[in-house]
Design a binder for this molecule. Structure first.
Ligand code: NAP
Length: 479
């Protein structure tokens, strides 16, 4: 399999929050990886911007540390660092803005990546616009969280749209940059095998799980203000649901794809309390409880949520989507599983009706897909049936071609290309909050407490009951 790296135009990327955790862990390594792949050339530049003072050399040393894992060749590192400069700037003050205005060049793509707290989005956007640093074709990238609820998302959208047109705004949900997530669209819309079956006549239900084994220790105070619903469901799981459920867009253009996603969100039914399980992990061994990590003994914030969601349209009526996400679960695992209906009639005597086929789309770990099928148990002894999997792990099937990129590197290159397909549109984010807000308000109004669950488990008992009640079972989180 041959992979083609299509070079992007030369750019000035201004990275606000260049010293922060996200930049160190994801953005700098991602940029270096793209540089090594030859996706951008030495005419491009990356201007790190943050509050603290660093000389160019000291900052480059920080970047070198951030890319150390990828850095096998000293020449490559030196060539990359040549493109890196640093400006100390106060997002809400005067310091640094003049220097920034003098540093950006004409004739190259201009992109501003705001890897800073959301309270800075508005002030930075305004300042970029007022100072003339932002031009009519500049791009601005903003990180999650995009709002805390519908009102705050609307306010952020309003602040950004005062200064930038929608076609210039790139709202990141890094799940959309994952190779498998894009493959979900290829699977559905570049093959004729699945799409005729992709509806409630053939699909019994869909499960979407994003399980994490880590606790919120270290970021508990921040997390306690959001919880699993805001931190994961409203954005990442919602995106996965949209891509699974959406109608085929007429073409693969940013707005055609995003129009279809918005229609899915708008078709979501309100979720009654009985269709939701909320949990909070308990202390176990050396591991503290959620409430200890959050520094809030009375916290009622959920570290786990599972729910049954109905998409009320012709394609999906009668096929529920079960969403589940949480911290401190048995294993780190993200997947979408599509559970086809069982065969309507069994012709093989003495055998049980097999389960329906299950198509599992794995996002992490080992991105890939597996189709669970029923086959004849090999050998003599009559017609006995057994299960077998058709497995495709991308790392295996892509041997010899470039390995899948990390989501961030893919998304940053899309920004430079000016391709918004994998970014959330303003109305899409607002639609997602419009759906999520009443669910959260329902918990708050009833003062509902999450159910405790054990560290390393699959979540609280209520989540299991949610499925059992419907005569279904969750797929195991880890074996
Ligand atoms: P962080 O580690 O706290 O870094 C914040 C950055 O903002 C630092 O570079 C800091 O500069 C800069 N900054 C703070 N105040 C400033 C000011 N007044 N003027 C200019 N720069 C200022 O945050 P982070 O974890 O990297 O997160 C950045 C954004 O990404 C947030 O919106 C977060 O929600 C989002 N995000 C983060 C992650 C993650 O894994 N970390 C994942 C998803 C989304 P100094 O260091 O110089 O003070």
């Amino acid at each position: 399999m041959v992979s083609r790296v299509i070079p992007v135009s030369s750019f000035d990327l201004v990275l606000f929050g260049a010293t922060g955790d996200l930049a160190q862990r994801k953005i700098w390594p991602g940029l270096f990886h793209r540089f090594l792949a030859g996706q951008f050339d030495e005419q491009s530049r990356i201007l790190g911007v943050s509050r603290s003072e660093h000389t160019r050399e000291a900052f480059q040393a920080r970047v070198q540390k951030a890319i150390a894992e990828e850095a096998e060749n000293a020449d490559d590192v030196a060539r990359f660092l040549e493109l890196v400069d640093y400006i100390s700037l106060d997002a809400t003050g005067e310091r640094g803005w003049e220097q920034l205005a003098g540093a950006v060049r004409d004739g190259v793509v201009r992109a501003f990546y705001l890897s800073v707290a959301p309270r800075f989005f508005g002030p930075i956007a305004r300042r970029l616009q007022q100072s003339g640093v932002a031009t009519a074709d500049s791009r601005i990238v903003v990180e999650k969280p995009f709002g805390h609820d519908l009102d705050s998302a609307k306010a952020l959208n309003a602040e950004l749209s005062e200064c930038f047109e929608e076609h210039q705004i790139y709202r990141i949900d890094h799940y959309l940059g994952k190779e498998t997530v894009q493959n979900l669209m290829a699977l559905r819309f570049a093959n004729s095998l699945f799409e005729p079956l992709w509806n409630s006549s053939h699909i019994d239900h869909v499960q979407i799980t994003v399980a994490e084994s880590l606790s919120v220790d270290g970021r508990g105070e921040y997390y306690d203000q959001s919880g699993a619903m805001r931190d994961m469901v409203q954005n990442h799981l919602m995106q996965l649901l949209c891509l699974t459920a959406m109608e085929p867009p007429s073409k693969f253009t940013p707005n055609a794809v995003r129009d279809e996603k918005v229609k899915v969100i708008e078709a979501l039914e309100a979720v009654p309390v009985k269709d939701i399980a909320r949990g909070q992990y308990e202390a176990s061994g050396d591991q503290g409880s959620y409430r200890e990590h959050a520094g809030n003994e009375d916290s009622t914030t959920e570290s786990f949520v599972a729910m049954k969601v109905d998409v009320a349209n012709w394609r999906w009526a009668g096929t529920p989507f079960y969403l589940r996400t949480g911290k401190c679960l048995r294993r780190r695992m993200s997947e979408i599983s599509v559970h086809f209906r069982a065969p309507p009639h069994m012709i093989f005597p003495g055998t049980e009706t097999p389960q329906g086929n299950v198509l599992v789309i794995r996002l992490q770990p080992d991105e890939g897909m597996t189709l669970h099928t029923t086959i004849k148990d090999p050998g003599p002894g009559g017609m006995r049936l057994t299960e077998a999997s058709l497995d495709m792990t991308f790392a295996d099937s892509l041997k010899g071609s470039e390995q899948p990129q990390d989501a961030y590197e893919r998304l940053i290159m899309d920004v430079i290309r000016g391709d918004q397909t994998l970014f959330m549109r303003g109305d899409e984010v607002e639609a997602a909050w419009s759906w999520a807000d009443p669910i959260i308000a329902g918990w708050t109004d009833r003062n509902m407490k999450p159910q405790p669950y054990d560290v390393g488990s699959s979540g609280p008992e209520d989540a299991l009951l949610l499925m059992h009640r419907d005569g279904r079972r969750w797929r195991a989180i880890g074996s």
